[in-house]
Design a protein around this ligand. Structure first.
Ligand code: G3I
Length: 312
């Protein structure tokens, strides 16, 4: 996949977990050869990088960064401001202290990797399904202004990094993706430095394919932002049968085709690449097998689908 992606100037990526990256040669071999961009699945999140206020720990983040650089890969940063995997000390701050902590966190993390991490998920999952703002501790304490603030802080910390807003269930045109569209449009109108929209892409064959994905990508592109598919996986019921894996492959193919059809859609990242290491079964019991390689690192029809789309 990597060679074909590079031939067309496209980024094909995977999320990486630090455990198997240390422990499994097959994991390292595929991660290093099939992808040209990687995302830290957990290692760059707030609970990993600043577990106590002002005490930063970049061991996992550096492990991902070093692997990427050793393999000539780029890194997509994930994520600076989120309501999950953020330590209690942040959540308990009052408004002024929370704003200051957010700016300091962004300044320190983005600043450390300035010039080495060309794109960041600055804010993650800020919307409800109905298009309202998620009632997170960020929103409760700071109101919507934390979003603009986060982007401005990230721009200041690395003026050359591409800054993204990232969310799930925004593949098709719906209340949530329209709220995202409206927010990006409004904030850019106010000069807030948002360069990119991340569409996560956690799909299930049970819910049907979002057939207006391409149209949705196009409307964001028409706003003047890049679009990235940031966390693609397609879960099926387990154990998966051949029909399910064939359907899954068509989902992968449809997603990459939609992205490749819009020139501003420059990256597709899968959220892990092997069914051996995936968040899905932990969160959706009875579902899984969501990734392009099986538990034994053998490529599945979904791999072939991505490969053929990139080669075509
Ligand atoms: O690190 C601890 C370990 O010390 C402990 O022993 C173990 C016991 O449960 O937990 C480990 O932490 C887990 C962590 O992954 C690292 O493996 C957490 O429990 C677990 O909740 C966490 O799950 C991650 C999840 O985000 C948490 O929000 C998944 O790996 C990760 O794939 C998932 O990724 C998110 C994206 O960041 C944002 N979009 C949705 C996506 C899927 O939920």
């Amino acid at each position: 996949m990597r060679d074909h992606a590079e031939a067309r100037g496209f980024l094909i990526g995977t999320a990486l977990a630090t455990g198997p990256l240390s422990g499994e040669a097959s994991y390292r071999d595929i991660a290093g050869s099939e992808f040209n961009v990687v995302t830290a699945e957990n290692a760059m999140k707030w609970d990993a990088t600043e577990p106590q206020q002002g005490q930063f720990n970049f061991s996992g983040a550096d492990q991902i960064m070093d692997f990427a650089e050793a393999n000539g890969q780029t890194v997509h940063g994930h994520t600076l401001v989120w309501h999950n995997q953020t330590p209690g000390w942040v959540q308990n701050l009052d408004a002024n202290a929370m704003r200051t902590a957010m700016r300091n966190h962004i300044d320190t993390v983005v600043g450390r990797y300035a010039g080495r991490i060309p794109s960041w998920d600055v804010v993650n999952e800020v919307f409800n399904e109905n298009g309202g703002m998620r009632d997170s501790f960020w929103y409760q304490r700071l109101g919507e202004s934390y979003i603009a603030d986060a982007f401005r802080a990230a721009r200041a910390a690395d003026p050359n990094a591409e800054l993204c807003i990232n969310d799930y269930n925004v593949e098709g045109i719906n209340a949530k993706s329209t709220a995202m569209y409206n927010l990006v449009s409004r904030l850019r109108g106010q000069g807030v430095p948002i360069d990119c929209v991340g569409i996560q892409g956690h799909l299930s064959i049970q819910y049907g394919f979002p057939n207006d994905l391409r149209q949705n990508i196009q409307r964001f592109a028409d706003l003047g932002v890049d679009v990235k598919i940031t966390e693609l996986d397609v879960r099926v019921s387990t154990p998966a049968d051949a029909n399910e894996l064939a359907t899954q492959a068509t989902y992968y193919r449809n997603v990459i085709d939609a992205c490749l059809a819009v020139s501003r859609c420059d990256q597709l990242t899968v959220w892990g690449f092997t069914d051996k290491h995936s968040w899905v079964p932990d969160t959706f019991p009875g579902e899984g097998a969501a990734l392009p390689y099986d538990q034994n690192y053998q490529p599945k029809p979904a791999y072939q689908a991505l490969h053929d789309a990139l080669a075509g």
